[in-house]
Design a binder for this molecule. Structure first.
Ligand code: AMP
Ligand code: MG
Length: 334
């Protein structure tokens, strides 16, 4: 199809270009740094990718939307504090050189700290590498950027470099780029820009027992025991599908499953979701026709700083199975 009209505004154009560039950058870091020579537990590639992606989004934002404010997950404080930090900074500078010729270490830090705005009124929120464990394993991860206006997400872009055939065979091996704008739908193209935009639509499945459920790979980010109870209460026999990052939202929006649930882990029952972990993904699912609430059925409220303080966990579905899932959550006391 021809480009959807929601792409016409400067904010959408900035977000697409910035996420695309950041996603390519994370791929480059992964190719060069995630070698077999790396010791297990070495987190340096993800640190370098995280900071580099935040810096490039900040740079493009300052150019395209000079008055915009950014709330990013990372801050540069540690990069100048220790020898290890300074070595990381040098690597970030090296990777950014290809995107910002001649960039200095000071400018890198300033760009990263451009993402320290207050989460109030109208602002952007960024998770430069969501699903860091997936990134290190070579599994799913996402660059997630969203615009929040007065507590509600109004625009979201997800770059999922490892998501291909799960969303659309036409993407080939290019990775997926998704955009959603409130009231104007959700669309997918390739991260590299060589596939046409296609509208996203959630699965029409109404049969609760057939619900395909997505969960985090990391058991510390959910409650696997309770998840088994929840599936049982819904009559679902199939095992939940583990997947890292907001790529789960992307697959849900494309109809590749019916439900995503973030249960509170037993050791962090008071955990509150971070805004950058849910903003872009939730609007993509909503605009593809799905529904997103917390575990109590309340809408996600992005007006309480960097965490969803007034929400417990997340339930995102194709809409059809939402009520049944909420009832099952209540029945198991989750
Ligand atoms: P996932 O890829 O689904 O495992 O989600 C990754 C996100 O989970 C990370 O970006 C973290 O911010 C977030 N996270 C960290 N600790 C927790 C926790 N205890 N419960 C839920 N999410 C968490
Ligand atoms: Mg994250």
């Amino acid at each position: 199809m021809s480009a959807p009209s929601l792409l016409d505004c400067p904010e959408a154009q900035f977000a697409i270009a910035a996420v695309r560039e950041a996603a390519q950058l994370t791929r480059r870091v992964q190719q060069e740094m995630c070698t077999e020579a790396l010791t297990k537990g070495d987190k340096s590639p993800v640190t370098v990718a995280d900071f580099s992606a935040q810096a490039i989004v900040a740079k493009r934002m300052a150019e395209a939307l000079p008055d915009a404010r950014l709330v990013g997950e990372e801050d540069a404080a540690d990069l100048n504090a220790t020898d290890e930090g300074r070595a990381t900074l040098a690597q970030i500078q090296h990777f950014l050189e290809a995107n910002i010729p001649g960039v200095s270490a000071d400018e890198v830090c300033q760009l990263i700290d451009h993402g320290n705005a207050k989460p109030e009124g109208k602002f952007w929120t960024l998770d430069p590498v969501d699903g860091t464990k997936g990134f290190l394993r070579g599994d799913q991860y996402a660059v997630a950027l969203a615009l929040i206006e007065d507590g509600q997400v109004s625009l979201g872009v997800l770059g999922c470099p490892e998501l291909n055939d799960q969303l659309s065979p036409e993407l080939g091996g290019s990775g997926a780029l998704l955009i959603a704008k409130r009231g104007e739908g959700a669309f997918v193209a390739s991260v590299t820009g060589d596939a046409e935009w296609k509208p996203l639509k959630v699965s029409p499945c109404e049969e609760v027992k057939d619900t395909r459920i997505f969960r985090s790979v990391e058991t510390a980010h959910t409650n696997t025991g309770q998840l088994g109870q929840l599936a049982g209460a819904m009559g679902v026999e199939a095992q939940p599908i583990p997947m890292d990052s907001q790529a789960k939202y992307a697959v849900l929006a494309a109809g590749g499953g019916e439900m995503l649930v973030r249960l509170l882990s037993a050791n962090r029952p008071d955990y509150r979701e971070k805004i950058w972990d849910q903003a872009a993904g939730s609007i993509v699912v909503e605009e593809a026709g799905g529904r997103v609430t917390d575990l109590d059925g309340k809408p996600l409220d992005f007006s309480h700083g960097t965490s969803l303080l007034e929400n417990r966990g997340v339930l995102a579905t194709n809409g059809q199975v939402h009520q049944a899932a909420l009832e099952a959550l209540r029945a198991i006391g989750a």
